[in-house]
Design a binder for this molecule. Sequence first.
Ligand code: NAI
Ligand code: MG
Length: 493
Amino acid sequence: MTVAERTGTVSHFIGGDEVPSASGRTFPAIDPSTGAEIAQVAFGEAEDVDRAVAAGRAAFESGAWSRAAPGHRATVLRRLADLIRADAERIGRIESMDTGKPIAQATAEVNVAADFVTYFAGHAELPNGRTYPADAGYFVYTVREPYGVVGAISPWNYPFLLACWKTAPALAVGNSVVLKMAEQTPLSTAELGRLTLEAGMPAGVFNVVHGDGPTTGAALVAHPQVKKLTFTGSTATGQAILRSAADHIKSVHLELGGKTPNIVFGDADMEQAIAGSLFTAFYNTGQICTSGSRLLVQRKDSDRVIEAFVERARGIRVGDPGDSTSQLGPLVSEEQFQRVTGYIEEGRRGGARLALGGGRPQVPVAGGYYVEPTIFVDVTPDMRIAREEIFGPVLSVLTFDDEDEAVRIANDVMYGLAATIWTTDLGRAFRVAQKIDAGIIWTNCPHYLPVNVPYEGHKMSGLGEDLGVEALQTFTHLKTHCVNFNGARMAWA
Ligand code: NAI
Ligand code: MG
């Protein structure tokens, strides 16, 4: 059963109720494997966003969640995680249909989302302040308090997972949340509201408003009662959010784009490096902010490595997301299809050589937004396909002579989100990791990110710490209390 079959039209989730837009306006949800419409979704405008923020604020002020016993918040979130797990197959099916992700992958992500919720439940009970040395008769301590209403804006590449990743740490420490899902993938998260109520979260603590960026997202960003924003998406939109946030001096957390270098040194375990590089380049159809979209190979063995790599990439099974043998589904939308094929055209025109793909694969259903796994060789660092985030199954292969040149190429882009190093020389791993300006470095393990591990984008890839105990800082602000407990008089006049 799809969400649309259950509810007719997919609604916002505001104050514990499924509600349509005040204007009655809706927009279509699309299955990218066919291009067909699968549901109509409420389109939120300023009035709907305002209603959701007011619900969040009222719940916050009531104290039913914000001042609940820490153990209670932890218990409710753990229950929520269990409910998500129990429903993972159904939510995974919805996610697969809405995003084009292969079904097994989509379901696995729902379970990972539940793991994030379980982990962050524990944050409700962690220490959240310090005491400071002070004069005799004085006592000084800090507490980290929730902001109130947190606005969360999420992209389409990991809809359900990111919805949980962004909101669970905010909720654990007592905030209310208004979440705006990406307009390309609203369906899976529409299930989350109901589950929060079932878990025992008070109505109004968790709210979802659907709609696009310029109307719905912008209204949430501009709302004066939203004091904290957390956003994952493109660098350009992150910049627009930061500008708008200046009007009310909001705290903004941003996780933005990347152009992750995946560096294969000559001393790497080649079998491991080739399999891992294939995974980081193409998994999720290349739609990951940390995708290893630049493969850097040592020039002396580049022919051999590239040949083996292309051969392996030929074996990737592109196909219907509903088929359990498919490894790669379509891109998420027609717009992304145009964008990615535009970059392929740009690579060709710019002088790079196509070693694999570049077109539409043979798939059973016509009309989907499929692109073949595509590999460009003879790429130079100045080409646009070596510098800009493509966000599709398009890999740019560059070569280097030595460690210094590899580091120089790796750092020579505006992004600094992640990097992967393949080597068996541990000295080299630490040396190179120190010199690369990125928020997370993986040696022989791209995308390794257990639930308790934090990261933060460098350069144009982000602002503020994400995940781990660091999230406690991200979703609270500091209050300092200085107490004079011995009657000392202030020495003035
Ligand atoms: P986007 O960054 O514009 O969209 C992400 C989210 O932001 C969506 O929920 C959207 O509705 C919202 N949004 C857009 N404009 C907004 C505004 N002015 N105010 C508030 N919210 C706004 O990304 P888009 O257009 O979907 O994709 C374009 C490119 O962005 C991709 O090709 C990729 O390079 C990059 N991207 C990066 C992601 C990442 O994980 N770092 C995720 C998605 C996209
Ligand atoms: Mg969709």
